[in-house]
Design a protein around this ligand. Structure first.
Ligand code: AP5
Length: 235
């Protein structure tokens, strides 16, 4: 399956992406993680990225499309792909469509996680992550089972807080989402052979996972049926 995850900052894309990728055997590609790694490396490109990311603005389309095209063309994604944070604008979506068309592997599902704007600041500013494995926590909503110890990898110590998880920057990221990314829902809606599924991201993380898993399992079954009909057409 090839899935795109859409949602405002703090909607829970990263949290759900890790779970869904594991459950469905998809490769999880997070544009935010890829760009942050480039930024942390201190390259010339990384320094340019910092100007946009630290202000809560989107990185220019040509830069992101170049970086993500390389990741999407990796043979490892052939078994299933979960895109988190990309595409984020209509030009990015058009570039992705073109790339997937060339490899005859179009998108199957767009998952939209919806949250009220009021939770965005609380969720992003309370986010912490494990510096060793990247597992995502929240100071109130999703604490590790043992304080200071990562549930996933056992790391002990301080957890990281992202540079852009400050109220002023989170507000700017939300504005960028509303202006440039939310229109993608209309861009994808109504396409034949592409399902756009909306989920209430205001539920608990486990409830959101259960809702998405149930619907993706149904899509997977539909896809298998469709392939069977294509391979063995009924006479
Ligand atoms: P990116 O890293 O993609 O950030 P984002 O879209 O702003 O999304 P977040 O990572 O903030 O939120 P999330 O939805 O993943 O939530 P999470 O699961 O962590 O992008 C960062 C920057 O990179 C952009 O601003 C831009 O500059 C640049 N960039 C990236 N992609 C780009 C592109 N394609 N084009 C241009 N620029 C690009 O959860 C958040 C918190 O809430 C966590 O603490 C979590 O524990 C908690 N939580 C999650 N779910 C729940 C729940 N159901 N209930 C309660 N708490 C929850």
């Amino acid at each position: 399956m090839r899935v795109v995850l859409l949602g405002a900052p703090g909607a829970g894309k990263g949290t759900q992406a890790k779970r869904l990728a594991e459950k469905f055997g998809m490769v999880h590609l997070s544009s935010g993680d890829i760009l942050r790694a480039e930024k942390a490396g201190g390259s010339e490109l990384g320094k340019q990225l910092a100007q946009y990311m630290d202000a809560g603005d989107l990185v220019p389309d040509d830069v992101v499309v170049g970086v993500m095209a390389k990741a999407v063309s990796d043979p490892k994604v052939a078994g299933g792909l979960l895109l988190d944070g990309f595409p984020r604008t209509v030009p990015q979506a058009e570039a992705l469509d073109e790339q997937l068309k060339q490899s005859a592997a179009p998108l199957d599902v767009v998952v939209v996680i919806e949250v009220p704007e009021a939770v965005v600041i609380e969720r992003t500013c309370g986010r912490r992550s494990c510096p060793n494995c990247g597992a995502i926590y929240h100071v109130t909503f999703l604490k590790p089972r043992t304080p200071g110890v990562c549930d996933s990898c056992g790391y002990r110590g301080e957890f990281d807080q992202r540079a852009d998880d400050r109220p002023d920057v989170a507000r700017q990221r939300l504005a960028a989402y509303n202006e440039l990314t939310a229109p993608l829902i209309v861009y994808y809606d109504g396409r034949e052979a592409l399902k756009v599924l909306r989920f209430d991201g205001g539920k608990t993380p486990d409830e959101v996972t259960a809702d998405i898993v149930a619907d993706l399992q149904e899509c997977q079954t539909d896809g298998t049926e469709r392939t069977r009909r294509l391979v063995w057409p009924s006479s």
